[in-house]
Design a protein around this ligand. Structure first.
Ligand code: ADP
Length: 501
Protein backbone atom coordinates (compact mmCIF):
# COMPACT_ATOMS: atom_id res chain seq x y z
CA UNK A 1 0.00 0.00 0.00
CA UNK A 2 1.18 3.52 -0.74
CA UNK A 3 -0.55 6.73 0.22
CA UNK A 4 -2.13 9.16 -2.21
CA UNK A 5 -2.29 12.95 -1.94
CA UNK A 6 -5.58 14.43 -0.73
CA UNK A 7 -6.72 17.51 -2.69
CA UNK A 8 -5.49 20.92 -1.58
CA UNK A 9 -8.04 23.12 0.13
CA UNK A 10 -6.55 26.52 -0.69
CA UNK A 11 -6.28 28.23 -4.08
CA UNK A 12 -3.24 30.08 -2.77
CA UNK A 13 -1.26 26.85 -2.27
CA UNK A 14 -2.30 25.62 -5.73
CA UNK A 15 -1.33 28.93 -7.33
CA UNK A 16 2.02 28.99 -5.54
CA UNK A 17 2.91 25.46 -6.66
CA UNK A 18 2.11 26.13 -10.33
CA UNK A 19 4.99 26.79 -12.75
CA UNK A 20 7.13 28.74 -13.59
CA UNK A 21 10.14 27.58 -11.54
CA UNK A 22 10.89 29.48 -8.34
CA UNK A 23 13.69 32.02 -8.62
CA UNK A 24 15.94 33.54 -5.97
CA UNK A 25 14.82 36.52 -3.92
CA UNK A 26 17.72 38.99 -4.08
CA UNK A 27 17.66 42.74 -3.61
CA UNK A 28 13.87 42.90 -3.77
CA UNK A 29 13.60 41.04 -7.09
CA UNK A 30 13.04 37.49 -8.22
CA UNK A 31 16.36 36.69 -9.88
CA UNK A 32 17.30 33.84 -12.24
CA UNK A 33 19.87 31.59 -10.52
CA UNK A 34 23.36 30.94 -11.87
CA UNK A 35 23.13 27.22 -11.08
CA UNK A 36 19.86 26.15 -12.73
CA UNK A 37 17.00 24.50 -10.86
CA UNK A 38 16.30 21.41 -8.78
CA UNK A 39 13.07 19.59 -8.01
CA UNK A 40 11.49 19.50 -4.59
CA UNK A 41 9.13 16.56 -3.96
CA UNK A 42 6.43 15.38 -1.59
CA UNK A 43 8.18 12.92 0.77
CA UNK A 44 4.94 10.94 1.25
CA UNK A 45 4.51 10.07 -2.42
CA UNK A 46 7.68 11.14 -4.20
CA UNK A 47 5.56 13.39 -6.46
CA UNK A 48 7.48 16.43 -7.74
CA UNK A 49 6.04 19.66 -6.32
CA UNK A 50 8.03 22.47 -7.91
CA UNK A 51 11.25 23.46 -9.62
CA UNK A 52 13.37 25.61 -7.35
CA UNK A 53 16.46 27.74 -7.99
CA UNK A 54 19.80 26.18 -7.18
CA UNK A 55 21.91 29.05 -5.92
CA UNK A 56 25.67 29.07 -6.42
CA UNK A 57 28.55 31.01 -4.90
CA UNK A 58 27.94 33.78 -7.45
CA UNK A 59 24.35 34.07 -6.25
CA UNK A 60 25.60 34.15 -2.65
CA UNK A 61 27.88 37.05 -3.60
CA UNK A 62 24.91 38.90 -5.13
CA UNK A 63 22.66 38.27 -2.13
CA UNK A 64 25.32 39.27 0.41
CA UNK A 65 26.02 42.38 -1.70
CA UNK A 66 22.33 43.30 -1.63
CA UNK A 67 22.14 42.71 2.12
CA UNK A 68 25.25 44.77 2.74
CA UNK A 69 23.95 47.66 0.65
CA UNK A 70 20.58 47.55 2.43
CA UNK A 71 22.24 47.69 5.84
CA UNK A 72 23.15 51.36 5.50
CA UNK A 73 20.43 52.53 3.09
CA UNK A 74 18.18 55.15 4.69
CA UNK A 75 14.98 53.15 4.02
CA UNK A 76 16.26 50.55 6.51
CA UNK A 77 19.04 52.13 8.60
CA UNK A 78 16.93 55.27 9.00
CA UNK A 79 13.65 53.51 9.77
CA UNK A 80 12.47 54.40 13.27
CA UNK A 81 12.34 51.58 15.82
CA UNK A 82 8.57 52.06 16.01
CA UNK A 83 8.25 51.63 12.24
CA UNK A 84 10.47 48.53 12.40
CA UNK A 85 8.23 47.09 15.12
CA UNK A 86 5.10 47.87 13.10
CA UNK A 87 6.65 46.18 10.07
CA UNK A 88 7.32 43.01 12.07
CA UNK A 89 3.74 43.05 13.30
CA UNK A 90 2.51 43.46 9.68
CA UNK A 91 4.58 40.43 8.66
CA UNK A 92 2.88 38.44 11.44
CA UNK A 93 -0.56 39.56 10.23
CA UNK A 94 0.19 38.53 6.65
CA UNK A 95 1.51 35.12 7.75
CA UNK A 96 -1.72 34.71 9.70
CA UNK A 97 -3.80 35.56 6.64
CA UNK A 98 -1.87 32.95 4.62
CA UNK A 99 -1.72 30.37 7.41
CA UNK A 100 -3.88 27.75 5.66
CA UNK A 101 -1.90 27.90 2.44
CA UNK A 102 1.45 27.96 4.25
CA UNK A 103 0.44 24.92 6.32
CA UNK A 104 -0.62 23.00 3.21
CA UNK A 105 2.61 23.74 1.36
CA UNK A 106 4.66 22.91 4.46
CA UNK A 107 2.92 19.54 4.70
CA UNK A 108 3.49 18.79 1.04
CA UNK A 109 7.15 19.76 1.10
CA UNK A 110 8.11 18.41 4.53
CA UNK A 111 5.62 15.62 5.21
CA UNK A 112 4.39 16.77 8.65
CA UNK A 113 0.68 16.58 9.39
CA UNK A 114 -1.41 19.59 8.52
CA UNK A 115 -2.41 19.81 12.19
CA UNK A 116 1.24 20.14 13.27
CA UNK A 117 1.80 22.99 10.85
CA UNK A 118 -1.54 24.75 11.12
CA UNK A 119 -1.99 24.47 14.89
CA UNK A 120 1.65 24.50 16.05
CA UNK A 121 4.36 25.74 13.76
CA UNK A 122 2.64 28.46 11.70
CA UNK A 123 1.17 30.08 14.85
CA UNK A 124 4.67 29.68 16.33
CA UNK A 125 6.16 31.63 13.42
CA UNK A 126 3.54 34.37 13.83
CA UNK A 127 4.30 34.55 17.55
CA UNK A 128 8.00 35.05 16.81
CA UNK A 129 7.34 38.18 14.74
CA UNK A 130 4.87 39.59 17.29
CA UNK A 131 7.21 38.93 20.22
CA UNK A 132 10.22 40.60 18.61
CA UNK A 133 8.09 43.44 17.18
CA UNK A 134 7.90 44.75 20.74
CA UNK A 135 11.67 44.63 21.18
CA UNK A 136 12.43 46.97 18.27
CA UNK A 137 11.53 49.96 20.47
CA UNK A 138 13.29 48.64 23.55
CA UNK A 139 16.88 48.37 22.38
CA UNK A 140 18.85 50.63 24.67
CA UNK A 141 22.39 51.38 25.69
CA UNK A 142 23.60 52.58 29.09
CA UNK A 143 25.17 55.74 30.43
CA UNK A 144 28.33 55.13 32.41
CA UNK A 145 30.54 57.26 34.64
CA UNK A 146 34.04 55.81 34.29
CA UNK A 147 36.59 55.99 37.13
CA UNK A 148 39.27 57.61 35.01
CA UNK A 149 41.46 60.05 36.92
CA UNK A 150 43.89 61.24 34.27
CA UNK A 151 41.66 63.62 32.30
CA UNK A 152 42.88 67.18 31.73
CA UNK A 153 42.27 69.62 34.55
CA UNK A 154 38.74 70.97 34.61
CA UNK A 155 37.41 68.23 32.32
CA UNK A 156 35.11 65.36 33.05
CA UNK A 157 34.77 61.94 31.51
CA UNK A 158 31.45 60.48 30.58
CA UNK A 159 30.53 57.45 28.53
CA UNK A 160 27.61 55.62 27.01
CA UNK A 161 26.95 52.52 24.97
CA UNK A 162 25.20 52.18 21.64
CA UNK A 163 23.54 48.96 20.54
CA UNK A 164 24.14 48.37 16.85
CA UNK A 165 23.01 45.67 14.46
CA UNK A 166 25.75 43.08 14.00
CA UNK A 167 25.55 43.42 10.19
CA UNK A 168 24.73 40.95 7.44
CA UNK A 169 23.42 37.71 8.91
CA UNK A 170 23.42 34.36 7.09
CA UNK A 171 20.48 32.41 8.50
CA UNK A 172 20.82 28.73 7.60
CA UNK A 173 17.84 26.62 8.56
CA UNK A 174 17.02 22.89 8.51
CA UNK A 175 14.20 20.89 6.97
CA UNK A 176 12.29 19.74 10.07
CA UNK A 177 10.33 22.95 10.72
CA UNK A 178 11.26 25.25 7.87
CA UNK A 179 9.01 28.26 8.35
CA UNK A 180 9.23 28.30 12.13
CA UNK A 181 13.03 28.05 12.09
CA UNK A 182 13.23 30.87 9.55
CA UNK A 183 10.96 33.04 11.73
CA UNK A 184 13.07 32.30 14.82
CA UNK A 185 16.05 33.87 13.07
CA UNK A 186 14.42 36.58 10.98
CA UNK A 187 12.28 38.17 13.69
CA UNK A 188 15.07 39.05 16.16
CA UNK A 189 17.53 39.88 13.36
CA UNK A 190 15.09 42.38 11.84
CA UNK A 191 14.12 43.80 15.24
CA UNK A 192 17.83 44.49 15.77
CA UNK A 193 18.16 46.21 12.38
CA UNK A 194 20.30 43.56 10.68
CA UNK A 195 19.94 42.43 7.08
CA UNK A 196 19.69 38.75 6.27
CA UNK A 197 20.49 36.16 3.65
CA UNK A 198 18.21 33.24 4.43
CA UNK A 199 19.01 29.75 3.19
CA UNK A 200 16.34 27.10 3.68
CA UNK A 201 17.29 23.43 3.51
CA UNK A 202 17.34 21.91 0.03
CA UNK A 203 14.67 19.41 1.12
CA UNK A 204 12.13 22.11 2.09
CA UNK A 205 12.54 25.39 0.24
CA UNK A 206 8.90 26.25 -0.45
CA UNK A 207 7.36 28.00 2.56
CA UNK A 208 10.41 30.23 2.93
CA UNK A 209 9.81 31.38 -0.65
CA UNK A 210 6.19 32.12 0.26
CA UNK A 211 7.53 34.08 3.21
CA UNK A 212 9.69 36.17 0.85
CA UNK A 213 6.52 37.25 -0.93
CA UNK A 214 4.92 38.11 2.43
CA UNK A 215 7.95 40.20 3.44
CA UNK A 216 7.67 42.15 0.22
CA UNK A 217 3.94 42.74 0.67
CA UNK A 218 4.55 43.86 4.25
CA UNK A 219 6.81 46.61 2.90
CA UNK A 220 10.25 45.36 3.93
CA UNK A 221 12.78 47.46 1.99
CA UNK A 222 14.59 45.74 -0.88
CA UNK A 223 17.64 43.70 0.09
CA UNK A 224 16.87 43.57 3.82
CA UNK A 225 16.01 39.88 3.47
CA UNK A 226 17.28 37.77 0.57
CA UNK A 227 16.40 34.12 0.04
CA UNK A 228 18.82 31.65 -1.52
CA UNK A 229 17.47 28.18 -2.15
CA UNK A 230 20.07 25.55 -2.88
CA UNK A 231 22.41 23.02 -1.37
CA UNK A 232 24.35 23.23 1.85
CA UNK A 233 27.69 22.14 0.51
CA UNK A 234 27.77 24.86 -2.16
CA UNK A 235 25.64 27.93 -1.41
CA UNK A 236 25.49 27.23 2.36
CA UNK A 237 29.26 26.86 2.49
CA UNK A 238 29.72 30.00 0.36
CA UNK A 239 27.65 32.01 2.84
CA UNK A 240 29.48 30.55 5.82
CA UNK A 241 32.83 31.60 4.36
CA UNK A 242 31.75 34.97 2.98
CA UNK A 243 33.89 37.88 4.20
CA UNK A 244 30.93 40.27 4.25
CA UNK A 245 28.75 38.03 6.41
CA UNK A 246 29.18 39.16 10.02
CA UNK A 247 27.19 36.41 11.64
CA UNK A 248 25.89 32.93 10.90
CA UNK A 249 22.79 31.83 12.73
CA UNK A 250 22.49 28.11 12.12
CA UNK A 251 20.13 25.35 13.10
CA UNK A 252 21.03 21.85 11.97
CA UNK A 253 23.27 18.91 12.67
CA UNK A 254 26.26 18.97 15.00
CA UNK A 255 28.38 17.73 12.10
CA UNK A 256 27.52 20.76 9.95
CA UNK A 257 27.91 23.02 13.00
CA UNK A 258 31.53 21.84 13.25
CA UNK A 259 32.09 22.68 9.57
CA UNK A 260 30.71 26.16 10.17
CA UNK A 261 33.26 26.73 12.94
CA UNK A 262 36.00 26.25 10.38
CA UNK A 263 34.26 28.36 7.75
CA UNK A 264 33.84 31.24 10.20
CA UNK A 265 37.56 31.51 10.86
CA UNK A 266 38.47 33.92 8.06
CA UNK A 267 36.62 36.97 9.35
CA UNK A 268 35.89 35.55 12.82
CA UNK A 269 32.16 35.51 12.24
CA UNK A 270 29.88 35.40 15.20
CA UNK A 271 28.05 32.10 15.38
CA UNK A 272 24.86 30.90 16.94
CA UNK A 273 24.62 27.14 16.60
CA UNK A 274 21.45 25.23 17.44
CA UNK A 275 22.53 21.64 16.97
CA UNK A 276 21.50 18.09 17.72
CA UNK A 277 20.41 16.37 20.88
CA UNK A 278 19.89 13.05 22.61
CA UNK A 279 17.40 14.34 25.12
CA UNK A 280 16.35 12.22 28.10
CA UNK A 281 12.94 11.95 29.76
CA UNK A 282 12.97 10.75 33.38
CA UNK A 283 9.72 9.26 34.69
CA UNK A 284 9.72 9.06 38.50
CA UNK A 285 7.77 6.50 40.52
CA UNK A 286 5.15 9.09 41.46
CA UNK A 287 4.61 10.49 37.95
CA UNK A 288 1.07 11.16 36.81
CA UNK A 289 0.98 8.58 34.03
CA UNK A 290 -2.04 10.21 32.41
CA UNK A 291 0.35 13.07 31.61
CA UNK A 292 3.60 11.16 31.30
CA UNK A 293 2.62 8.46 28.80
CA UNK A 294 1.15 10.77 26.13
CA UNK A 295 3.74 13.42 26.94
CA UNK A 296 6.72 11.12 26.45
CA UNK A 297 5.06 9.71 23.30
CA UNK A 298 4.58 13.20 21.85
CA UNK A 299 8.14 14.09 22.83
CA UNK A 300 9.57 11.35 20.62
CA UNK A 301 6.92 10.74 17.95
CA UNK A 302 5.90 14.37 17.28
CA UNK A 303 7.01 15.38 13.76
CA UNK A 304 8.19 11.74 13.52
CA UNK A 305 11.03 12.38 15.93
CA UNK A 306 12.55 14.89 13.50
CA UNK A 307 12.86 17.46 16.24
CA UNK A 308 16.16 18.57 17.77
CA UNK A 309 14.75 18.25 21.30
CA UNK A 310 13.08 14.85 20.71
CA UNK A 311 13.03 12.86 23.94
CA UNK A 312 14.79 9.83 22.50
CA UNK A 313 15.87 8.19 25.79
CA UNK A 314 13.33 7.53 28.51
CA UNK A 315 14.32 6.32 31.98
CA UNK A 316 11.43 4.92 33.99
CA UNK A 317 11.38 3.96 37.68
CA UNK A 318 11.40 0.18 37.94
CA UNK A 319 8.24 0.14 40.11
CA UNK A 320 6.17 1.49 37.18
CA UNK A 321 8.35 0.30 34.30
CA UNK A 322 6.09 -2.48 33.01
CA UNK A 323 2.90 -0.43 33.32
CA UNK A 324 4.50 2.59 31.64
CA UNK A 325 6.08 0.51 28.87
CA UNK A 326 2.83 -1.28 28.03
CA UNK A 327 0.93 2.00 27.88
CA UNK A 328 3.60 3.65 25.76
CA UNK A 329 3.79 0.75 23.32
CA UNK A 330 -0.01 0.85 23.01
CA UNK A 331 0.16 4.59 22.23
CA UNK A 332 2.82 3.99 19.60
CA UNK A 333 0.73 1.27 17.98
CA UNK A 334 -2.33 3.52 17.89
CA UNK A 335 -0.63 6.21 15.84
CA UNK A 336 -1.89 6.21 12.27
CA UNK A 337 0.62 6.81 9.51
CA UNK A 338 -0.54 8.50 6.34
CA UNK A 339 -0.27 11.54 4.12
CA UNK A 340 0.11 14.67 6.22
CA UNK A 341 -2.83 16.28 4.41
CA UNK A 342 -5.14 13.42 5.44
CA UNK A 343 -6.89 14.53 8.65
CA UNK A 344 -6.89 10.91 9.84
CA UNK A 345 -3.07 10.79 9.93
CA UNK A 346 -1.21 11.19 13.22
CA UNK A 347 2.20 10.93 11.59
CA UNK A 348 3.42 11.62 8.08
CA UNK A 349 6.56 10.30 6.38
CA UNK A 350 10.15 11.06 7.31
CA UNK A 351 11.85 13.66 5.15
CA UNK A 352 12.89 11.08 2.54
CA UNK A 353 13.40 7.36 2.03
CA UNK A 354 17.18 7.72 2.54
CA UNK A 355 16.55 9.11 5.99
CA UNK A 356 14.14 6.25 6.78
CA UNK A 357 16.89 3.79 5.80
CA UNK A 358 19.33 5.71 8.02
CA UNK A 359 16.92 5.51 10.96
CA UNK A 360 16.36 1.78 10.31
CA UNK A 361 20.13 1.28 10.53
CA UNK A 362 20.13 2.36 14.18
CA UNK A 363 17.44 -0.18 15.05
CA UNK A 364 19.12 -2.97 13.09
CA UNK A 365 22.43 -2.33 14.85
CA UNK A 366 20.82 -2.21 18.29
CA UNK A 367 18.90 -5.42 17.64
CA UNK A 368 22.08 -7.15 16.49
CA UNK A 369 23.72 -6.10 19.77
CA UNK A 370 20.95 -7.58 21.92
CA UNK A 371 18.33 -4.83 22.18
CA UNK A 372 14.62 -5.80 22.09
CA UNK A 373 12.30 -4.05 19.67
CA UNK A 374 9.00 -3.78 21.57
CA UNK A 375 7.10 -2.22 18.69
CA UNK A 376 7.84 -0.83 15.23
CA UNK A 377 11.43 -1.09 14.10
CA UNK A 378 11.32 -0.46 10.39
CA UNK A 379 9.88 1.13 7.28
CA UNK A 380 6.08 1.04 7.13
CA UNK A 381 3.90 -0.20 4.24
CA UNK A 382 2.61 3.32 3.50
CA UNK A 383 5.81 4.02 1.54
CA UNK A 384 9.61 4.01 1.66
CA UNK A 385 9.79 7.20 3.73
CA UNK A 386 7.28 6.07 6.39
CA UNK A 387 8.70 4.65 9.60
CA UNK A 388 6.81 2.82 12.33
CA UNK A 389 6.86 4.51 15.74
CA UNK A 390 9.42 2.39 17.54
CA UNK A 391 10.18 1.52 21.16
CA UNK A 392 13.36 -0.40 21.98
CA UNK A 393 14.41 -1.82 25.35
CA UNK A 394 17.70 -3.31 26.60
CA UNK A 395 19.69 -0.62 24.83
CA UNK A 396 23.12 -0.53 26.43
CA UNK A 397 24.79 2.84 27.08
CA UNK A 398 27.51 2.11 24.53
CA UNK A 399 25.14 1.37 21.65
CA UNK A 400 24.84 3.88 18.82
CA UNK A 401 21.10 4.10 19.47
CA UNK A 402 21.81 5.39 22.98
CA UNK A 403 24.61 7.79 22.01
CA UNK A 404 23.82 9.32 18.62
CA UNK A 405 20.99 11.48 17.42
CA UNK A 406 18.61 9.37 15.31
CA UNK A 407 16.22 12.16 14.25
CA UNK A 408 13.44 9.64 13.82
CA UNK A 409 10.58 8.07 15.83
CA UNK A 410 12.76 5.69 17.84
CA UNK A 411 12.71 5.61 21.64
CA UNK A 412 15.12 3.72 23.90
CA UNK A 413 13.43 2.77 27.18
CA UNK A 414 15.41 1.83 30.33
CA UNK A 415 14.41 1.18 33.97
CA UNK A 416 16.14 2.85 36.93
CA UNK A 417 16.15 2.17 40.67
CA UNK A 418 17.42 5.35 42.32
CA UNK A 419 17.22 9.01 41.43
CA UNK A 420 21.03 9.10 41.37
CA UNK A 421 21.05 6.34 38.75
CA UNK A 422 18.47 8.18 36.66
CA UNK A 423 20.46 11.39 36.82
CA UNK A 424 23.71 9.77 35.91
CA UNK A 425 22.13 7.97 32.92
CA UNK A 426 20.35 11.15 31.80
CA UNK A 427 23.66 13.03 31.89
CA UNK A 428 25.61 10.26 30.15
CA UNK A 429 25.81 12.14 26.85
CA UNK A 430 27.92 14.74 25.11
CA UNK A 431 24.72 16.48 24.04
CA UNK A 432 22.82 18.85 26.29
CA UNK A 433 19.85 20.26 24.49
CA UNK A 434 16.77 19.39 26.52
CA UNK A 435 15.26 16.98 29.02
CA UNK A 436 11.97 16.30 30.71
CA UNK A 437 11.19 15.12 34.22
CA UNK A 438 7.86 13.57 35.13
CA UNK A 439 6.97 13.73 38.82
CA UNK A 440 4.44 15.18 41.23
CA UNK A 441 7.17 15.75 43.82
CA UNK A 442 8.19 19.41 43.94
CA UNK A 443 11.61 18.81 45.49
CA UNK A 444 12.46 16.07 43.02
CA UNK A 445 11.39 18.29 40.12
CA UNK A 446 13.60 21.17 41.26
CA UNK A 447 16.58 18.94 42.02
CA UNK A 448 16.44 17.18 38.67
CA UNK A 449 15.92 20.48 36.84
CA UNK A 450 19.04 21.84 38.50
CA UNK A 451 21.21 18.74 38.03
CA UNK A 452 20.40 17.66 34.47
CA UNK A 453 22.86 19.21 32.03
CA UNK A 454 20.69 20.67 29.30
CA UNK A 455 19.63 24.00 27.83
CA UNK A 456 15.98 23.35 28.69
CA UNK A 457 14.40 21.11 31.32
CA UNK A 458 10.66 20.58 31.14
CA UNK A 459 8.70 19.26 34.11
CA UNK A 460 5.58 17.26 33.26
CA UNK A 461 5.75 18.37 29.64
CA UNK A 462 8.14 18.01 26.69
CA UNK A 463 8.75 20.08 23.54
CA UNK A 464 6.93 23.15 24.86
CA UNK A 465 8.12 26.16 22.86
CA UNK A 466 7.30 29.81 22.95
CA UNK A 467 9.27 32.88 21.84
CA UNK A 468 9.47 33.98 25.49
CA UNK A 469 11.43 30.86 26.45
CA UNK A 470 15.18 31.02 25.84
CA UNK A 471 16.37 27.96 23.93
CA UNK A 472 19.96 26.85 23.60
CA UNK A 473 22.22 23.85 23.82
CA UNK A 474 24.87 22.84 26.31
CA UNK A 475 27.75 20.56 25.33
CA UNK A 476 27.81 19.59 21.64
CA UNK A 477 24.20 20.77 21.27
CA UNK A 478 25.27 24.25 20.39
CA UNK A 479 26.47 27.74 21.06
CA UNK A 480 24.27 30.59 22.13
CA UNK A 481 20.61 30.99 22.91
CA UNK A 482 17.66 31.79 20.70
CA UNK A 483 14.32 33.27 21.80
CA UNK A 484 13.68 35.51 24.75
CA UNK A 485 15.69 38.70 25.23
CA UNK A 486 18.83 36.59 24.76
CA UNK A 487 17.72 35.85 21.19
CA UNK A 488 17.87 39.54 20.36
CA UNK A 489 21.39 39.86 21.78
CA UNK A 490 22.63 37.49 19.06
CA UNK A 491 22.04 40.22 16.53
CA UNK A 492 23.38 43.24 18.44
CA UNK A 493 26.82 44.58 19.16
CA UNK A 494 27.80 47.02 21.86
CA UNK A 495 29.77 50.13 21.03
CA UNK A 496 31.17 52.20 23.89
CA UNK A 497 31.54 55.94 23.42
CA UNK A 498 33.82 57.55 26.01
CA UNK A 499 34.07 61.36 26.05
CA UNK A 500 36.04 64.06 27.75
CA UNK A 501 33.72 67.01 28.08
P1 ADP B 1 20.60 17.53 8.27
O1 ADP B 1 21.75 16.57 8.41
O2 ADP B 1 19.56 17.36 9.29
O3 ADP B 1 20.09 17.67 6.86
P2 ADP B 1 22.29 19.76 8.04
O4 ADP B 1 23.07 20.31 9.16
O5 ADP B 1 23.02 19.05 6.96
O6 ADP B 1 21.16 18.91 8.69
O7 ADP B 1 21.44 20.91 7.33
C1 ADP B 1 20.93 22.06 7.95
C2 ADP B 1 21.13 23.24 7.03
O8 ADP B 1 22.53 23.40 6.82
C3 ADP B 1 20.54 23.07 5.63
O9 ADP B 1 20.04 24.33 5.18
C4 ADP B 1 21.73 22.64 4.80
O10 ADP B 1 21.61 22.97 3.43
C5 ADP B 1 22.82 23.48 5.45
N1 ADP B 1 24.18 22.97 5.24
C6 ADP B 1 24.59 21.69 5.06
N2 ADP B 1 25.93 21.62 4.90
C7 ADP B 1 26.40 22.89 4.98
C8 ADP B 1 27.70 23.49 4.90
N3 ADP B 1 28.78 22.77 4.70
N4 ADP B 1 27.78 24.82 5.04
C9 ADP B 1 26.69 25.58 5.27
N5 ADP B 1 25.45 25.08 5.33
C10 ADP B 1 25.28 23.75 5.20
Amino acid sequence: MTVSTPPLATDAARAFLAPPPKKLWIGGDWVTPQGGYFTTSDPATGTPLAEVARATKADADAAVGAARAALSRPDWAGMTPAARGALLWRIADLIEQSADALAEVETLDQGKTLRTGRMGEIPGAIAQFRYYAGFATKIMGQTITPSITYQPAGKRVTAFTLREPVGVVAAIVPWNSPLLMAAMKLAPALAAGCTVVLKPAEETPLTVLMLADILQRAGLPAGVVNVLTGFGHDVGAALAEHADVAKVSFTGSTETGRLLLGAARGNLKKLTLELGGKSPAVVMADADLSLAVPGVARGIFGNCGQVCVAGSRVYVHRSIYDRFTDALVAQAQNLRLGHGLDPASDLGPLIHARHAAHVAGFVTDARASGAQVLTGGGVAPQGDAFFHPTVVSDVRPDMRLMREEVFGPVLAITPFDTVEDALSMANDTQYGLAASVWTENLSAAHRMAADIRAGTVWVNCHSYFSPELPKGGHGISGWGTENGPQGLENYLETKTVCMTI
